[in-house]
Ligand binder design. Structure first.
Ligand code: AMP
Length: 528
């Protein structure tokens, strides 16, 4: 093998991680357009932008999204705190003592624990206060003394040792071992945490917030489903249960989609009751499902007991017929919920928003109530939901906040963009307004000055960094899709009249500097 080949083979080849991707120009200008439209439109509905962190404590998501959900139990990107293993070691000592394992076994475990503690101290992974250092020394010393005793046939733990261990435990709990943290799989949890943390209930209610940004779920990647994906979401926090609130956020999303020209948009809505009426319906559903348990798969059988509502969004072919025969929640709503649902539908009609009722549209978690909705769009195959939302009046309390009514939605931005692209709404490649073809040192100085003025006027300018012959420069301008070429050479400098070539027509004319800048500025104003 030649040296050259060897080198080639050694060269690492990096690729974006499965389920993640690079968003590149010109596609990114479509992303910017979508986000800019959201910023502008949501502001007209009184929403302000919130930018919560991208990672939060794992417990927050476990509470807000639900520990039993796939998102939390399987799909989160979680970071264990560096020192969590110390706690694990300690638990195993505790277990061993409680299970009356041999003293030698316990001693071995303590040796591992004290070694880890010492290492953590050396690596400065923990607060090295005097107490911890002393404890680590004492444990180390005591383990070796005890092992020596064991070897002499003394197999009973002495009282001192138990004292040391209980001190170790105390100290361990006082050390800041850190908490488990996860990349956010969705946006609502962080927004609610922020609402509570910043006492936003003291502000005029409701507080209307929206966010734009990446979310992370370790799902099986496919078209329209990624491990890093983007959501545009909005929440109305601290309002009332007035149907107008739900209807207004739905109207806002639908108007947003219409403004972007999204095609084949369909809105499904449902009412899933509240704390009062839903439990009765869930019991009824459970009873009905138990009757046909044998016909269901293992997952569904489990759901009958854990969360029968989730059965309604089963996609399994063989379960569809059976599900169609189940009782509908609309027939089991309490009077208040039924009234609220009628109100939401009326409000949507008042706003000219077309909807379809879908009794199978549910959310499996207890803190959701009443309105749920989902929006689908064209060109997305099986992953055609572009937006999901609803009311979650119980969440804020679950997170330790005051009772707070809330409603919101999350748009899948990747899918929204995909659908726009499928409908041919791709942005043009980013051209340039002006390509400055210059030759000679003096012309270069003038070119820099001209470029500055053009930038200031908002025109996109390409100023080649090295001199090139005019023929080559014009070819380059063409390749970049420039509209104009500004030609600056000896003649132009001598006469004070600059040459401007319109690339599409090939026309060329001379202008004084001020006139030329004026003309370009105006041309920009007309084209944008
Ligand atoms: P959810 O938070 O699950 O209600 O999702 C809200 C919206 O986010 C969905 O309707 C999808 O449009 C989008 N979404 C959810 N998961 C993914 C994913 N893995 N990749 C792309 N978009 C997603």
């Amino acid at each position: 093998m030649s040296e050259g080949t060897a080198k080639k083979e050694e060269r690492p080849k990096f690729q974006a991680i499965r389920g993640t991707r690079d968003l590149l120009p010109p596609e990114t200008s479509l992303w910017n357009h979508v986000e800019q439209t959201a910023h502008e439109m949501f502001a007209t509905y009184g929403f302000g932008e919130i930018r919560p962190p991208i990672f939060e404590s794992t417990d927050l998501f476990a509470r807000a999204v639900g520990g039993e959900t796939d998102i939390v139990s399987k799909e989160m990107y979680t970071f264990e705190p560096k020192l969590e293993f110390l706690r694990e070691h300690f638990r195993s000592i505790d277990d061993a003592m409680h299970n009356e394992s041999s003293l030698l076994r316990v001693l071995q475990l303590v040796a591992v624990f004290s070694g880890s503690l010492t290492r953590a101290l050396i690596l400065k992974q923990t607060v090295d206060n005097r107490e911890t250092v002393q404890l680590s020394d004492e444990l180390e010393h005591h383990v070796s003394v005890s092992i020596a005793r064991w070897n002499r046939g003394e197999h009973e733990p002495d009282q001192k040792w138990r004292e040391w261990l209980s001190r170790a435990e105390q100290i361990l709990w006082s050390i800041d071992l850190g908490v488990r943290e996860s990349l956010r799989p969705e946006g609502t949890a962080g927004v609610c945490r922020a609402y509570i943390e910043h006492n936003m209930n003291q502000l005029p209610q409701p507080v209307k917030l929206y966010y734009v940004g990446p979310m992370f779920r370790r799902e099986r990647p496919q078209k329209g489903r990624y491990r890093q994906f983007y959501q545009i979401g909005a929440e109305v926090l601290g309002g009332s249960e007035a149907p107008a609130i739900d209807a207004e956020v739905i109207e806002m999303v639908m108007t947003f989609f219409a403004r972007l020209g999204l095609e084949g948009v369909e809105l499904d809505i449902n009412c899933i009751g509240d704390k009062k009426c839903r439990p009765k319906y869930v019991e009824l559903l459970r009873a009905e499902l138990r009757k046909v348990k044998d016909k269901l798969g293992a997952d569904s059988q489990r759901r009958i007991e854990t969360n029968p509502l989730r059965m309604l969004d089963s996609k399994l072919e063989n379960e569809q017929k059976l599900i169609e025969g189940l009782p509908h929640i609309a027939d089991h709503l309490c009077d208040e919920c039924a009234e609220n649902y009628r109100g939401v539908k009326k409000e949507l009609e008042l706003r000219g928003v077309k909807y379809r009722e879908n009794w199978r549209l549910v959310r499996g978690l207890d803190y959701y109530s009443r309105t749920t909705f989902e929006i689908t769009a064209k060109g997305l195959g099986s992953q055609n939901a572009v937006c999901g939302g609803g009311r979650y009046d119980g969440l804020m309390e679950l997170l330790g906040g005051p009772p707070t009514r809330a409603t919101g939605f999350a748009i899948g931005e990747d899918r929204l963009i995909l659908s726009l692209q499928e409908a041919g709404k791709t942005p043009a490649a980013q051209g340039r307004d002006v390509y400055i073809a210059w030759m000679g040192e003096k012309a270069y100085a003038t070119a820099i000055h001209a470029a500055k003025n053009l930038h200031a006027a908002g025109l996109s300018v390409e100023l080649p960094p090295v001199e090139q012959k005019f023929g080559k420069a014009l070819g380059q301008a063409d390749k970049l899709g420039a509209r104009y070429a500004l030609i600056l050479g000896d003649n132009e400098l001598a006469s004070g009249e600059w040459t401007l070539k319109t690339l599409a027509s090939g026309e060329q004319a001379k202008f004084k500097e001020a006139d030329l800048l004026d003309l370009l500025r105006k041309s920009k104003a007309v084209s944008s």
